[in-house]
Write a protein that binds this ligand. Structure first.
Ligand code: KG4
Ligand code: ZN
Length: 358
């Protein structure tokens, strides 16, 4: 087994947990040699959201093409790889299974090590691709369609969860509100665009505060407030001010996310603050978080939009740090739709400083 000090480690990485089929070749966790993403968004837009069965079928159709292209663009063959990293959870079970099965077969066919990767570990590791000089510890908000986690990155792959959502994930709230407003899937980018024309202070939507677990999130009350406003407009025959609602909703989400981030940075003495995951491509979140960090003298990091949403390069980076720690999966590796983030998960409670095990 190679160690970090020895010659470089090149991994083939595969991601298929939701509606992107992706393959990449990544060297030493920091350098992308190729990065192929086949997005299924066009198909799922027809249904207003991801249809799991259709997602699985499209992964089956596209995965070998994506892997072939990733290897070709890197100018390497499967036998040149040092291992195969694959997202094994969380996500849609049928979708995950396609990537996991393909990765197992690829690794077995040429005798390569297999490394199962947690999807959120991937989103956080996208930051190492964005900023090659970045090193833990730092604070990271991971906000995507399935997750909203506030995480202390203690070391590579070592995470302490300070807070997470009690109900909808941030991206899920964007998707649901967009759908109610009649905006196309995926809802995040649609709301981002609509909000650019609206007044963020037109409505004062509620921002949930949670007693006893001050870093948790809740977006269902906010979503209900938007739905109630739409209902009220319909009942009274008033026209819906889509841009104003989108902008006010977006402000409410962003203010909560940034307040949690800056408060945790101060409390835990973190000088570097990052955001990751699909919602991190939101223009208002990026701007607001960057300003808030700047005012406090904190370094702010955010991946470019392509590295925020699902991709395989981030899995190649997370896979590398697992690889050099000696992590290996065997051929019994399975798709785990509810895979928890690591074994060192901790939930921080405001009234129990230092945290207790979740
Ligand atoms: O990380 P990701 O590609 O997949 C998951 O792991 O879920 O995130 C997708 C989510 C969707 O909910 C999408 O609406 C949201 O990220 N998203 C955005 C933006 N771009 C994508 N949310 C807000 N603003 C955006 N610009
Ligand atoms: Zn994701």
């Amino acid at each position: 087994m190679k160690t970090a000090e020895e010659s470089s480690v090149t991994l083939l990485a595969i991601e298929s947990s939701c509606d992107e089929t992706a393959a990449a070749v990544v060297r030493d966790g920091r350098r992308i040699l190729s990065d192929i993403i086949y997005s299924q968004i066009k198909t799922h837009t027809l249904y207003g959201g991801v249809v799991p069965e259709i997602a699985s079928r499209q992964h089956v159709e596209k995965i070998s093409i994506c892997v072939r292209r990733a290897l070709d663009e890197a100018g390497l063959s499967l036998a040149d790889m040092d291992g195969v990293a694959v997202t094994c959870g969380p996500g849609l079970v049928g979708a995950l299974l396609v990537g996991v099965s393909f990765a197992k077969a690829a690794a077995y066919s040429v005798g390569l090590p297999l490394i199962g990767v947690h999807h959120i570990d991937g989103h956080i590791s996208a930051l190492y691709l964005e900023k090659p000089e970045l090193q833990p510890p730092f604070l990271c908000l991971v906000a995507s369609g399935g997750h909203s986690h506030l995480v202390l990155v203690r070391d590579y792959g070592i995470y302490e969860i300070l807070g997470q959502t009690r109900d909808d994930a941030a991206g899920e709230a964007f998707d649901k509100v967009a759908r109610a407003l009649g905006l196309p899937y995926p809802g995040g980018p649609s709301i981002d665009r609509a909000a650019a024309e609206g007044d963020p202070h037109a409505y004062d939507f509620p921002q949930a505060k949670i007693d006893g677990a001050s870093y948790d999130f809740s977006f269902s009350g906010l979503k209900s407030a938007v739905l109630n406003e739409l209902n009220r407009c319909q009942m009274s025959g008033e026209s819906v001010r889509t841009a104003d609602i989108a902008a006010s909703f977006q402000r409410a989400v962003v203010e909560v996310l940034v307040e949690h981030l800056t408060r945790a940075a101060e409390e835990f003495g973190m000088k570097t603050v990052a955001i990751a995951g699909g919602v991190a491509s939101n223009s208002c979140l990026r701007r607001t978080a960057e300003e808030a960090c700047g005012e406090r003298g904190l370094t702010f990091i955010c991946p470019g939009p392509r590295l925020c949403t699902d991709n395989a390069a981030m899995i190649g980076s997370a896979g590398y740090y697992a690889y050099i720690r000696g992590v290996r999966s065997d051929l019994s590796l399975n798709a785990q739709p509810n895979l928890p983030l690591g074994t060192r998960e901790r939930r921080y409670h405001a009234n129990l400083k230092g945290g207790v095990s979740a």
